[in-house]
Design a binder for this molecule. Structure first.
Ligand code: C5P
Length: 212
């Protein structure tokens, strides 16, 4: 039987009112490239994606979501049977505590914005993983990318952490090329790229795919 790969991709949107939200510049390109690469490698692929404007990859089950809460529920339902989980989405860390039903009027003055944490999808899946499931986290880092990646590898409890430098104008968000430092829980370290996201995705799938 084919290996099952579950991937999250893109940003999430956390609404303050019907016309305003918190989000980030993720375009979903890296997650979608990984979905294609996993399918090319013969895996069955479930792709849970926040709002992106990318064509639907062929031969992949696409589950569109908008908020972190929706992404959490979709992933929660798909995680059980997966062999490989790639948590690529740039999930919002916080959301407005209250989501108003009606647009806040400008005339009402500057609103006080109280935030609360969004569910940490990756952490929740790591907590319920079963032996044999491989879990890969991603980290958008600025500054010391590797040190940040190592710290996140340990704190998230993943098998691999792909650290991404998103600082500066050539940051990974939206670009067609990427360079990742793939850190393993066993102490391994591999640099993937710089290359097209498609090539980096193929190299990453080859590096992390569980063997049967
Ligand atoms: O802690 P940080 O947000 O930098 O961690 C990034 C990793 O955690 C990524 O793999 C991302 O997909 C995942 N994440 C998540 N749910 C969140 C925040 C991050 O799954 N609410």
């Amino acid at each position: 039987m084919a290996l099952r790969c579950l991937i999250t991709a893109g940003p999430t949107r956390e609404f303050l009112d019907p016309v305003r939200f918190l989000s980030n510049p993720s375009t979903g390109k890296m997650g979608f490239a990984l979905a294609e690469a996993a399918r090319e490698a013969g895996m069955t692929v479930d792709l849970v994606a926040g709002p992106v404007s990318l064509p639907e990859p062929e031969g992949v089950m696409l589950y569109p979501v908008v908020t972190a809460e929706e992404m959490f529920h979709q992933v929660d339902g798909l995680f059980g049977p997966c062999d490989l989980f790639l948590s690529v989405a740039a999930v919002s860390d916080w959301r407005p505590k209250v989501r108003l039903d009606r647009k806040v009027r400008r005339e009402a003055g500057v609103p006080a914005l109280e935030l609360e944490p969004c569910p940490d999808i990756l952490r929740a899946m790591v907590a319920r993983r079963r032996p044999g499931q491989v879990v890969v986290g991603f980290a958008a880092e600025t500054g010391d990318v590797e040190a940040g990646g190592r710290a996140k590898l340990a704190s998230k409890g993943v098998d691999f952490l792909a650290a991404n430098d998103v600082s500066g104008p050539s940051g990974a968000f939206g670009a067609d090329t990427n360079r990742l430092v793939l850190l393993g829980a066993d102490g391994s370290r591999r640099v993937l790229g710089p290359d097209t996201k498609a090539a980096v995705a193929r190299a990453l799938i080859a590096a992390v795919a569980p063997s049967r």
